[in-house]
Design a protein around this ligand. Structure first.
Ligand code: HEM
Length: 517
């Protein structure tokens, strides 16, 4: 009896092993057949891809093993891989992606190809808008929000920048002259999210003070979640991703992220309608939310509330972390480069011409060397490391290599900004890279820190004025030093942006006190 049941168990085990082998064989055969089918159907696509070196792949999963680790490791991996390649095909599962790092290639593809469909993977978090919309949706978004960055509107935001910059100076008062080493990143984050909430959502300074920090941290997290999804092709279908968000409890974060823009949109729309009913004349808007509500009256871009919310969320997402990182980094750079800091200080005194207060005029038209320091900081420590493009036709690169239609391309902006063909000593922080002479010497249209072509950054002037205002106020009041001597490459952490893994340590010395001594 026992002998029989052992025999039967053995038979069952070997049958299930056999089933497993059959299943594996069928899967491999189907995959190979699919591969052959796709390779035959899209022969030219695969042939063109073969011109580019490819990272060694594993069958079926491509380079997924390399990318599966964590988002941060993946980015570091990609940057390491690109040390020995100018162009490289990287496989996320069965999907090939072309990585580009030379300034020539990056500026070319950004200017020629304006489609960014992979960004649709951010829709659950940030709605539909200028960053995540399909090509057709993007065109309408851009038309709606472009007026928000006119010179007239910018001059209104600068008033908020100046008030906020004074608050920033006050924040550092208790630490000044104590020798305390302050990691300024949280201060930069708070001040910039508050500024964004006031300028974009028309939130009162009090409410911005209360809601700012939490909203800021959440916004910073959203990018991580979106990149995480990009690396997991099985989460690409929206229905799977929705389920994943529900099961992991992240849907609650989505709701929290949407709460403030939804509330402000309802309030400001109701106010706009009430004012319109009373009189045909409505004051010209001072904030982005009010501007897009009034612009949205035009027949050709009539967006519903959900869509307007997407635009607002994406404005904050695009602008806030980039601004706060830029502020932390430039202040650290000035603390590490005393000569540049003194030049900035002297320039501020000179441009103020005896006035004691920094005004919108100074921020928008003066402080030229400070602006050079800002551009140099963005060049070396890009708050946007990379972006995405989806080709819809073939593009011929300068050496006649053809990028096939239908390929996802990743221009590595950060590496392009350190291209030795464009800058002398590209790895040295040197504001003279942006002197008039240096700019004249460089070939035009190759810089990509703010993008290139029709999708050029809408907020480039906004952030330039915002950072100029904040830095000018800080440097007018404090001399900065640090307890570190330099920011080494190994101190940098890369996710969607580049940030210092050792923080932004700064020691504040009051200028007045220094002058008295
Ligand atoms: C130092 C700070 C910043 C950097 C380095 C930066 C960089 C960039 C880059 C490289 C792009 C182009 C992406 C692409 O071509 O796919 C871009 C697009 C964009 N940026 Fe910025 N940005 C900064 C700050 C801001 C700010 C403060 C705002 C808003 C207030 C903003 C709003 C946008 C928007 C809306 C787009 C999308 C444009 C479009 O697709 O039509 N950016 N930015």
């Amino acid at each position: 009896m026992n002998f029989h049941s052992t025999n039967q168990r053995d038979r069952e085990t070997s049958t299930s092993k056999m089933n497993l082998v059959i299943f594996a064989c069928v899967t491999i055969i189907i995959t190979l057949l699919l591969r052959i089918y796709f390779k035959t159907k899209y022969k030219r696509f695969y042939k063109l891809i073969e011109q580019f070196p490819s990272h060694p792949t594993s069958p079926l999963i491509g380079n997924l093993k390399a990318s599966y680790a964590t988002v941060k490791d993946f980015r570091r991996n990609v940057m390491d891989l690109m040390k020995s390649h100018d162009r490289l095909i990287f496989w996320i599962g069965p999907i090939p992606i072309l990585l580009l790092k030379r300034a020539d290639d990056v500026s070319f593809i950004l200017s020629q190809c304006d489609n960014r469909e992979m960004h649709e993977l951010g829709k659950q978090w940030a709605g539909v808008g200028v960053l995540t919309g399909s090509y057709e949706e993007w065109k309408k978004s851009r038309k709606l929000i472009l007026p928000a960055f006119s010179a007239k509107m910018l001059s209104k935001y600068v008033e908020t920048f100046i008030t906020k910059s004074s608050n920033l100076v006050d924040r550092f008062k208790p630490m000044a002259d104590t020798g305390e080493v302050v990691n300024i990143s949280d201060h930069a984050l708070t001040i910039n999210i508050e500024t964004m909430l006031e300028n974009v959502l028309d939130v009162s300074p009090e409410e911005a003070g209360k809601a700012g920090e939490e909203f800021g941290h959440l916004t910073a997290k959203v990018f991580e979640f979106i990149i995480d999804r990009m690396l997991k092709p099985w989460l690409y279908p929206h229905c799977f991703y929705n389920l994943y968000l529900k099961l992991t409890g992240k849907m609650k974060l989505v709701e929290a992220f949407h709460y403030l823009p939804t509330k402000m949109l309802k309030e400001r729309t109701a106010e706009f309608k009430a004012r319109k009913e009373q009189s045909d004349f409505v004051d010209s808007p001072k904030t982005i939310i009010n501007l897009i509500i009034s612009e949205n009256q035009r027949e050709d871009t009539r967006f519903n509330e959900e869509r307007l919310k997407g635009e607002l969320l994406q404005m904050i997402a695009a602008g806030f972390e980039t601004s706060s990182l830029s502020l932390s980094t430039i202040l650290l750079m000035l603390a590490l480069h005393q000569d540049a800091q003194e030049k900035v200080y002297e320039e501020i005194l000179r441009d103020l011409q005896g006035e004691t207060k920094i005004t919108a005029h100074h921020v928008m038209n003066k402080f030229k060397y400070l602006e050079q320091c800002f551009r140099e900081t963005v060049r070396m420590y890009s708050p946007i490391v990379l972006t995405l493009r989806q080709t819809y036709k073939e593009h011929v690169l300068r050496d006649n290599t053809i990028i096939p239609s239908g390929l996802c391309v990743v221009p590595l902006i950060h590496l392009a900004q350190r291209d030795g063909d464009l800058y002398e000593n590209p790895d040295k922080w040197d504001p003279d890279h942006y002197s008039d002479e240096a700019i004249l010497k460089r070939p035009k249209g190759k810089e990509t820190a703010f993008g290139n072509g029709v999708r050029y950054c809408l907020g480039s002037k906004y952030v330039t004025f915002s950072i100029k205002s904040q830095v000018a106020h800080v440097i007018l009041n404090y001399r900065l030093t640090s307890n570190i001597k330099e920011l080494k490459p190994e101190d940098l952490r890369m996710d969607f942006s580049i940030r210092s893994a050792i923080g932004y340590p700064i020691i504040f010395h009051s200028r007045q006190k220094t002058a008295q001594m």
